[in-house]
Ligand binder design. Structure first.
Ligand code: SF4
Ligand code: F3S
Length: 104
């Protein structure tokens, strides 16, 4: 599966939802997540994200993000169309440790 990582937090560009063939993105207040049970590993969302927030879970160190994606995709609503990003999205692009700052 692919997972959304903390680079998405407060950026939420939502280009990813437009390309997913199985509509497996779920929307929280500050970020989106992928449902790992629904993702078919096609990889088309990865290059679409301007924040480079989407990665295959085969990359090392992503266990926490797989857990976050699994947990919250079961709780948050499905999102299939791009909406307006937060007005200050660009200010949070590339900021480190956003999970610790905004999400825990
Ligand atoms: Fe959707 Fe493909 Fe991205 Fe999985 S890898 S979330 S199926 S676009
Ligand atoms: Fe987030 Fe990137 Fe999608 S910032 S909402 S994963 S396009």
């Amino acid at each position: 599966t692919y997972v959304v990582t903390d680079a998405c937090i407060r950026c939420k560009y939502m280009d990813c939802v437009e390309v997913c063939p199985v509509d497996c993105f779920y929307e929280g207040e500050n970020m989106l997540v992928i449902n790992p049970n629904e993702c078919i590993d096609c990889g088309v969302c990865e290059p679409e994200c301007p924040a480079e927030a989407i990665l295959p879970d085969t990359e090392s160190g992503l266990e926490k993000w797989l857990e976050v994606n699994s947990k919250f995709s079961a709780e948050w609503p499905n999102i299939t169309t791009k909406k307006d990003s937060p007005a200050d999205a660009d200010e949070y692009k590339g900021v480190d440790d956003k999970y610790e700052k905004f999400f825990s």
